[in-house]
Design a binder for this molecule. Structure first.
Ligand code: SF4
Length: 701
């Protein structure tokens, strides 16, 4: 934050927090970012939220890693217990040469001598080029597909359902298309906290008379702008959505022409829905029949309707089924493929779309091309040189932690992810990290995960690097360096290239633009998009010609599936993996807060954001707090079958009376010590949004 009239230079780039991908201008004075302004990007039209405006001073925080570090020979057993006054006490400084050699030797020894696998977690906060290089290094350097990133914890189930039923994993329409809609459903998403600039478009939509239907077990900021607020029972999404679709079938509100022309499996879907009358589902989901019918009529009768969803939908063991229902709802009403219609899972991280597109997932090479497909593998083998790509799909995030415990994986390369905080059942994940023989962590801070490292490679924050990113709208945008990295820290792509060379790979990239050019050889989504174009403008993929700014709406003429048809996949009701009982009578749910980003490593080091939300807190309804004898502001104990935390109580009427909401940004009260690692069988995403817990007052305050 600085004097708005005085700066040395301005650098146009993209916000690196959420998937909205707001364009911004860094105002640099004395080689520091003095302040940030929004500029006219396609997704934000100069708007920024509090994180984009005030969230970048972390890059100059004294905790930044500025030199490579190697764990001391005399360091105690690996763990989180570092001395806060001297956090680097277990590490010694090293030269880049020594650290890179040490990192690569440890990994190649496991590869060559023991045959034990080295897995990789890349980052949705790095560029497309960095994500591509990371997955290529694991696949080419180690001969398997054990590479994943936080999409697994975010929208993996949504992508699985989209690929299955409409043939593409991206959004079918940009969120800005809400301007052309007259009804929008927002389910399991809290845009005012998690996609704040997108939320401003949603509010404008409501203000001009658009009907905003919110479906969420928690109340939220958009509630007061909504035409309908369905505060349904947690975990009953499928029952509620099937009941709404039942009404659409029963009252013949569906789009017969669209169904006949563009879909398959409709008769099976219709038959399936007979089992979900709203009169029966109403009690289960906690929404009265009249409201279910009204929502069905409102959405089916709309001229143009959109569906937005977030992690309240995806982070369940039935997350894929939840998304299947939303896709079916759009298909049967023909609310897809036209202006003001479509399906939009709001992506969380700034580049989770791009990192997934770039192949940072264990079952797909870039552009969601299956590793099991012989033709795909041979095409990549030709581009990469050699017969190197394994046909067996790799392990996902949580499965990798289990494989470490089973002694099947003994080494890891982790770039910009913090599984010690972000994985479910965090103690299980931390024990796995401690068990690794060789852990290479590449990051900008000594994160909780870096505490377990054998070698730490200091990298660049987003405003210090060059690279492209892809936002929730499929808009590919250029990020530019505003300032130099501190000390000896390096850009992530450079570090990955240096490690690859030491692993024996013949890599010769000297600039991210060369990586982008290679990506284009295998990624049709980048057709007509060039580095030179991105230097000048954002481009939405697919772009149909070198002049086309890109297609905001997909599937106007059919689907990239057999016969060009989308599919109805019926979904049944599945109970959450762990339901409340006498011992653990309440429901735990987790998520983000407006001011803090994910595991807090950046935002808790941003002065304004930390000032606004300085202390670990969890929200419960005031009546529940009273019933349990807990004063707002006091410390309470939250327990599940996996562990316990002590955290400050906050009263919040938006949380239903049987529930507690715990944000996962705070290491001193890690929400993920509590969460259930049970996975959705298709998307392999854990059930962060539902676990049985108990809450009690404590004298620890
Ligand atoms: Fe950054 Fe998202 Fe806020 Fe935009 S809405 S400024 S991308 S955090």
């Amino acid at each position: 934050v600085g004097d708005s009239k005085s700066f040395d230079r301005e650098v146009k780039s993209v916000c690196s927090y959420c998937g909205v991908g707001c364009q911004l201008s860094f105002k640099v004075k004395d080689e520091k970012i003095a302040w940030v302004d929004g500029i006219d990007g396609p997704s934000n039209e100069s708007r920024l939220c509090v994180k984009g405006r005030f969230g970048f001073d972390y890059i100059a925080h004294p905790h930044r890693l500025t030199k490579p570090l190697i764990r001391r020979d005399d360091a105690p057993a690996k763990g989180l217990n570092v001395d806060p006054a001297n956090p680097f006490t277990h590490f010694r400084e090293a030269s880049w040469e020594e650290a890179l050699d040490f990192a690569a030797k440890g990994m190649s020894r496991l590869r060559d001598d023991t045959g034990k696998r080295v897995a990789g977690f890349g980052s949705a906060k790095c560029s497309n080029e960095e994500a591509y290089l990371f997955q290529k290094l694991i696949r080419q350097g180690f001969g398997h597909n054990n590479v994943d990133h936080c999409t697994r914890l975010c929208h993996a189930s949504s992508v699985a359902a989209l690929l299955e039923n409409v043939g593409g994993g991206g959004v079918t329409a940009t969120f800005n298309e809400i301007e052309n809609a007259d009804v929008a459903i927002v389910i399991g998403a809290n845009p005012t906290e998690n996609h704040p600039v997108a939320a401003t478009y949603f509010k404008q939509f409501a203000k001009r008379g658009g009907k905003l239907i919110i479906m969420d077990p928690r109340g939220q900021g958009l509630k007061r702008h909504s035409s309908h607020m369905l505060q349904f029972r947690p975990g009953t999404d499928v029952a509620m959505l099937n009941a709404i679709m039942h009404v659409i079938v029963e009252e013949e509100l569906y789009d017969k022409q669209y169904i006949a022309g563009f879909t398959e499996n409709w008769e099976a879907m219709k038959e399936h829905l007979t089992g979900f009358p709203p009169s029966k589902m109403s009690e289960l989901c906690g929404i009265d029949e009249a409201t279910l019918r009204d929502v069905a009529r409102t959405f089916a009768g709309a001229r143009a309707g959109m569906i937005f969803w977030g992690m309240g939908v995806s982070q369940h063991i039935h997350g894929t089924d939840n998304s299947r229902c939303l896709i079916s709802l759009a298909l049967m009403t023909g609310q897809i493929g036209r202006s003001g219609t479509g399906l939009h899972p709001l992506r969380g991280q700034n580049n989770v779309q791009g990192a997934s597109d770039a192949g940072l997932i264990p079952m797909f090479l870039p552009d969601y091309q299956s590793v099991a497909d012989d033709g795909v593998r041979s095409a990549f083998n030709e581009i990469w040189g050699g017969d190197i790509i394994d046909r067996e799909k790799g392990l996902t995030v949580v499965e990798i932690m289990d494989a470490i415990h089973a002694d099947e994986i003994r080494g890891m390369y982790i770039l910009g992810e913090n599984p010690a905080m972000s994985d479910p059942d965090a103690d299980h994940a931390r024990d796995a990290l401690a068990k690794l023989e060789h852990l290479v962590v590449q990051d900008i801070f000594l994160t909780e995960t870096a505490n377990y490292a054998d070698v730490i490679l200091p990298s660049s924050a987003w405003p210090e690097k060059t690279g492209t990113v892809t936002n929730t709208n499929r808009q590919v945008q250029m990020g530019r360096p505003a300032v130099a990295p501190p000390g000896e820290a390096k850009e992530d792509w450079w570090i990955t290239v240096e490690l690859a060379r030491r692993l024996g790979l013949d890599w010769s990239y000297t600039h991210p633009s060369q990586v982008f050019a290679e990506m284009k050889l295998s990624m049709k989504s980048f057709d007509n998009i060039t580095w030179e174009r991105l230097e000048k403008e954002a481009v939405t993929y697919p772009s149909l010609s070198p002049e086309d700014p890109g297609q905001p709406i997909l599937f106007a003429d059919g689907y990239p599936r057999p016969d060009g048809r989308a599919r109805f996949t019926p979904a049944n009701v599945t109970a959450p993996a762990e339901v409340p009982d006498e011992q653990y009578p309440m429901i735990l749910t987790t998520g983000r807060q407006l001011e803090h980003w994910h595991t807090g490593s950046m935002t808790r080091r941003a002065a304004v954001l930390d000032w606004a939300e300085p202390e670990a807190n969890a929200s419960m309804h005031p009546k529940t707090l009273r019933r349990l004898g807990i004063e707002p502001g006091s410390i309470m104990k939250v327990e599940t079958r996996r562990g316990a935390i002590n955290i400050m109580a906050r009263a919040d009427r938006a949380v239903s009376e049987d529930m507690i909401f715990v944000p996962f940004a705070y290491v001193e009260a890690s929400a993920n010590i509590l969460t259930n690692p049970k996975l959705d069988p298709v998307g392999k995403i854990p059930e962060f949004k539902f676990a049985a817990c108990r809450v009690s007052a404590t004298s620890a305050d």
